[in-house]
Design a protein around this ligand. Structure first.
Ligand code: ADP
Length: 385
């Protein structure tokens, strides 16, 4: 099927000239309507909705330049105007015409081929403009949908987080009652229980302890997502010292050592950054090698991107490369029953580091120790590594 021909209105009060031009344009495949006055032009604009108007400057009832201004203010960019003057015209006249909205200006005598080529070029230009506008509209719409989806996702994440927070908070109370009463029962009946009954009792005590740890961790994790970090200039050294104090017992029990030769100051939340150290170093102690005491090195250096990169490396059991990403998911554990834990620690670290605008990852192989790295924004804090 042939495309619909472009619709033109040929305006000229000189009938023979108008007739000749219309004939030539029709031959070139355009649908042409004719007007000899401004009044007829406006009538045709309403009835045939042309793509382009070829407009003579001299009309009996109105100046062609004013006709052009009226067309452009009524129809905007939807109708193209090619102004044609039969008389020799001055530069100010041509300028006035273009300033009043004409898309092009030609002076008679106009070569037939040049006229057709000009009309085609103008129509092409307008089509390109329309395509661009259409693409733009589609883009704006796609963007709006994306924003809508993002908001819905954020709302559903917030709801889920709120649910996890409330559920774990409310679970604490009945669990505390269970734990307390199991302990009371143990005290009251412990001596009377036989060995298998005591074993069963041990399972209950153990399970309630694990559940309590799990709930506590879920609460810590969801709290980290809900509360806004309290940013300020903090010393990473202080954060490390705080973490080491909390881990003093495990360091002592495992015969481990933690080495650091001075960390810089950063822009962040001191309590949260201490939690990151505590989780990473706590893991290095937990997932230690069976043959060597834990040796953990904490360092910081500036990267080429002017970020601060902090590393915590150990000589522990290591992590196979295929699990490097998975270990950061909540409740994801590689070493189940034999080593205590809930699988929240690294997820919490990731959440904290990301809320500081950084990234966290691990480099490791089984049996070769692990190096956890995280970045923090420098924020102009004086902190040479
Ligand atoms: P948890 O220690 O409570 O299991 P984490 O989220 O801290 O939870 O760690 C997830 C898993 O990643 C651990 O269960 C362990 O298998 C692995 N992992 C973490 N840190 C280390 C490490 N330093 N060396 C070896 N494995 C590790």
């Amino acid at each position: 099927m042939n495309p619909k021909p472009a619709v033109l209105v040929n305006v000229d009060d000189n009938e023979p000239a108008r007739y000749a031009r219309s004939r030539m344009l029709r031959k070139s495949g355009f649908e042409v309507h004719e007007a000899g006055s401004a009044a007829k032009t406006f009538e045709l604009l309403a009835s045939v909705s042309p793509d382009l108007v070829l407009l003579d400057v001299n009309l009996p009832d109105m100046n062609g330049i004013d006709v052009c201004r009226t067309i452009k203010s009524d129809q905007g960019a939807s109708v193209l105007v090619l102004q044609i003057s039969a008389s020799a015209i001055s530069a100010p006249q041509a300028t006035a015409s273009l300033n009043n909205g004409a898309d092009c200006y030609l002076v008679e005598p106009v070569d037939a081929d040049v006229l057709v080529a000009t009309v085609r070029a103008l129509l092409r230009l307008r089509q390109a403009e329309r395509d661009l506008a259409q693409t733009n509209t589609a883009l704006v719409e796609a963007n709006r949908k994306l924003t809508e989806l993002n908001n819905a996702l954020k709302r559903s994440n917030d709801d889920l987080e709120h649910f996890a927070y409330v559920a774990s908070h409310d679970l604490q109370e009945p669990l505390r009652t269970v734990t307390t009463h199991v302990q009371l029962l143990d005290r009251a009946m412990g001596a009377r229980l036989n060995e298998s009954e005591r074993e069963l009792f041990g399972f209950v005590v153990d399970a309630s302890r694990r559940m309590s740890a799990l709930i506590e961790d879920v609460l810590t994790y969801s709290r980290a997502g809900r509360s806004t970090p309290v940013f300020g200039i903090v010393s990473l050294d202080d954060a490390l010292v705080w973490a080491l104090k909390n881990l003093a017992q495990s360091i002592h029990n495992t015969g481990g050592e933690v080495i650091s030769d001075g960390l810089p100051k950063v822009w962040g939340d001191g309590v949260q950054l201490a939690q990151v150290f505590q989780n990473l170093i706590g893991n290095s102690l937990k997932y230690r090698s069976a043959t060597a005491a834990p040796r953990i090195v904490v360092m910081a250096k500036r990267t080429a991107d002017d970020e601060l990169q902090v590393t915590v490396s150990d000589n522990g059991i290591g992590i196979a490369p295929e699990f490097h990403e998975r270990v950061f998911g909540p409740f994801k554990r590689l070493h189940g029953g034999e080593i205590p834990g809930t699988g929240i620690g690294l997820a919490l670290c990731r959440r904290i580091v990301e809320s500081h605008g950084g990234r966290i990852w691990v480099e490791s192989n089984v049996g070769e120790g692990s190096t956890f790295r995280f970045t923090l924004k420098s924020q102009g804090v004086d902190g040479s590594a």
